[in-house]
Design a protein around this ligand. Structure first.
Ligand code: SAH
Ligand code: SF4
Ligand code: F3S
Length: 444
C-alpha cells in the first residue's frame, strides 16, 4: 500500500513555463485535479504526478523539455506509481513523439484538452498511455471543475480568448494554441463574480490576441471594450487590465474606454516587434510603424499619462542596421515603461525559419543596444514617479518587517511601511523614492 492510498490524497507537482496563459491554465488544472483528490507539492520527490506545462516560444523548447524529463528518470524508477505528464504548447507541437522519445511519459495533453485531464490521469493510472492533443470546440474552462470558494489573492488572470489567426511569420502560437476563439460573456461573468467573491480585486484579462475578443453576449457579439464595461459593474472589483493586444485590433471603443472606464488601468502592453516597415511586412504584422504610432497617439489623447510596454524581436531575417535603427527610433518616440525583447530564433514550421539567418553576434549586439535604450527610459519613467500620488493595490508583505508591497496603476511595484494595510487594500500613496526595481512611498 502506498502512502497515497492510505491518506487518499495524492500529490501533484506542476511546473509552469511561458506566458500568463499557461499560469492560468496551470491553476485550472490544479483545481481540476483537486476534484480527483490531488493537492499540490513543490517537491517533485513527494509527487504522485509530475506535470510540466510547457512553452514552445523559445529556441530548442522541445529539447529543454526532454532534458527536464530526463531529470525525473531516477524518481520514476524508484517509484513506478509516479505518473509523468507533459501539457502546454510543446505537448501540442510534439504530441505522441514525446512518448516515443521519453517512454517514461504517461500522459500528453494539449492546451485545448485540459478538461479531459482527470480522464487522462485515470487512464495513465490504469497503466495505459494517455494522449490528447485535439482542439475541440467546447469551452475547456467550463468543463474544468473548480474548487468551491477557496480564498484567492487580490489579483487574478482570467482567460477570455485563446488562439490566434494572425500568423506572424516568426510565431508558433497559431499552431500550438489553434484558431482564435472567444469565450461567451456569460461564462466570463460567472467566473469573474466567483473570483471577486473569493477576494480578487484586479483582473488581467488574457488572450493571445485579447483585443480581438468577440464573445457571444446579450444582443450579439461583445467587443473587448464592451466586456470591460460589463466587468466594471461588478461590485468589489477595482481594476481591470488586459494582455496581449495586436495594434490592428485597437478599436475605437477600446481606445475610448481607456479614457472613460475608471477601472481600466492606464497601462497597456502593445507589442510592435520592429520599427522598420520592410521588416514589419516580412513579419506579416499587417501594419506599418506609422499605423502603430498613430494608435499610441490616439490612446494617449484618450488617456494622457498612459504607460506602455511592448515586445521586440531583433535580428529577424534580412534586418539591416538601418532597419534596426528604425526600431530604436520608434522606441525613442514611444518611451516604454517596460518591454520584453528577444533575439529572433527559428521555430520549425513557421515561414521565417526557412529564410537565411543573421549571424549570432549581430543579433547579440542589437539586443544589447535595444535593451540599453529601453532600460534608460524605464529608469527615467520610474524615477519621474517620485513626488506623485498613485493608487496601490496591496498584495503581500514586503521583505522588511512592517512593510507591504503592491502595484500602482502603472504596474510599478510600490513598498510602504505601515501596520494598518492588508493584502487586497487599495490605498493612495505618495511616492518618495525610486529603487532598483521598485518604488517606495507613504500612505496619504
Ligand atoms: N500574442 C502575443 C505574444 C506572442 S509570443 C502577441 O501577439 O504579441 C510573445 C513574444 O515572443 C512575441 O511578442 C515576440 O516578441 C516573441 N517571439 C515570438 N516568436 C519568436 C521567435 N521566433 N523568436 C524570437 N521572439 C519571438
Ligand atoms: Fe503570434 Fe501574436 Fe503574431 Fe498571433 S499576433 S501570430 S500570437 S505574435
Ligand atoms: Fe509559450 Fe504557448 Fe504561451 S508557446 S508563450 S506557452 S501560448
Amino acid at each position: 500500500m502506498t502512502q497515497s492510498d492510505r491518506t487518499n490524497t495524492k500529490k501533484l507537482f506542476i511546473k509552469t513555463y511561458g506566458c500568463q496563459m499557461n499560469v492560468y491554465d496551470s491553476e485550472r488544472m490544479v483545481e481540476a485535479m483537486g476534484g480527483e483528490g490531488y493537492v499540490t507539492t513543490d517537491k517533485p520527490d513527494d509527487a504522485d504526478m509530475i506535470l510540466l506545462n510547457t512553452c514552445h516560444i523559445r529556441e530548442k523548447a522541445a529539447e529543454k523539455v526532454y532534458s527536464e524529463l530526463g531529470r525525473y528518470k531516477g524518481l520514476k524508477s524508484a517509484k513506478p506509481d509516479l505518473k509523468i505528464g507533459v501539457a502546454g504548447c510543446v505537448a501540442q507541437a510534439e504530441g505522441a513523439e514525446i512518448m516515443r522519445r521519453q517512454p517514461m511519459v504517461d500522459l500528453v495533453v494539449g492546451p485545448q484538452s485540459y478538461h479531459r485531464l482527470p480522464e487522462l490521469e485515470a487512464k495513465a493510472r490504469a497503466g495505459e498511455k494517455a494522449l490528447d492533443t485535439d482542439m475541440p470546440e467546447e469551452d475547456k474552462f467550463e468543463k474544468l471543475k473548480r474548487r468551491p470558494k477557496a480564498k484567492r489573492g487580490p489579483t487574478a488572470f482570467l482567460t477570455v480568448q485563446e488562439g490566434c489567426d494572425k500568423f506572424c511569420a516568426f510565431c508558433v502560437v497559431p499552431y500550438t494554441r489553434g484558431a482564435e476563439v472567444s469565450r461567451p460573456v456569460s461564462r466570463i461573468m460567472e467566473e469573474a463574480i466567483d473570483l471577486v467573491e473569493r477576494g480578487v480585486r484586479e483582473f488581467t484579462l488574457l488572450g493571445q490576441n485579447v483585443n480581438a475578443y468577440h464573445g457571444a453576449g446579450d444582443g450579439g457579439d461583445w467587443s473587448l471594450a464592451r466586456l470591460i464595461w460589463g466587468l466594471s459593474e461588478i461590485d468589489g472589483l477595482e481594476r481591470i487590465r488586459f494582455t496581449t493586444s495586436h495594434p490592428n485590433d485597437m478599436t475605437d471603443d477600446l481606445i475610448a474606454a481607456h479614457g472613460e472606464c475608471e477601472k481600466l488601468m492606464p497601462y497597456l502592453h502593445l507589442p510592435v516587434q520592429a520599427g522598420s516597415d520592410r521588416i514589419l511586412k516580412r513579419m506579416n504584422r499587417q501594419h506599418t510603424a506609422e499605423d502603430y504610432l498613430r494608435v499610441i497617439e490616439r490612446l494617449k489623447e484618450a488617456r494622457p499619462g498612459l504607460h506602455l510596454s511592448g515586445d521586440f524581436i531583433v535580428g529577424f531575417p534580412e534586418e539591416t542596421e538601418e532597419d534596426f535603427q528604425a526600431t530604436l527610433d520608434l522606441i525613442e518616440e514611444v518611451r516604454y515603461g517596460s518591454a520584453f525583447s528577444f533575439k529572433y530564433s527559428t521555430r520549425p514550421g513557421t515561414p521565417a525559419a526557412e529564410r537565411p539567418q543573421l549571424p549570432e553576434d549581430v543579433k547579440d549586439d542589437r539586443l544589447q543596444r535595444l535593451q540599453a535604450l529601453i532600460t534608460k527610459h524605464q529608469r527615467e519613467i520610474q524615477d519621474s514617479m517620485v513626488g506623485r500620488d498613485v493608487s496601490v493595490l496591496f498584495e503581500k508583505p514586503g521583505r522588511l518587517s512592517g512593510q507591504m508591497v503592491g502595484k500602482s496603476e502603472y504596474l510599478h511595484a510600490v513598498h510602504v511601511t505601515a501596520d494598518d494595510v492588508a493584502a487586497g487594500d487599495l490605498r493612495k500613496v505618495r511616492i518618495t523614492g525610486s529603487g532598483k526595481n521598485s518604488l517606495s512611498g507613504e500612505l496619504i
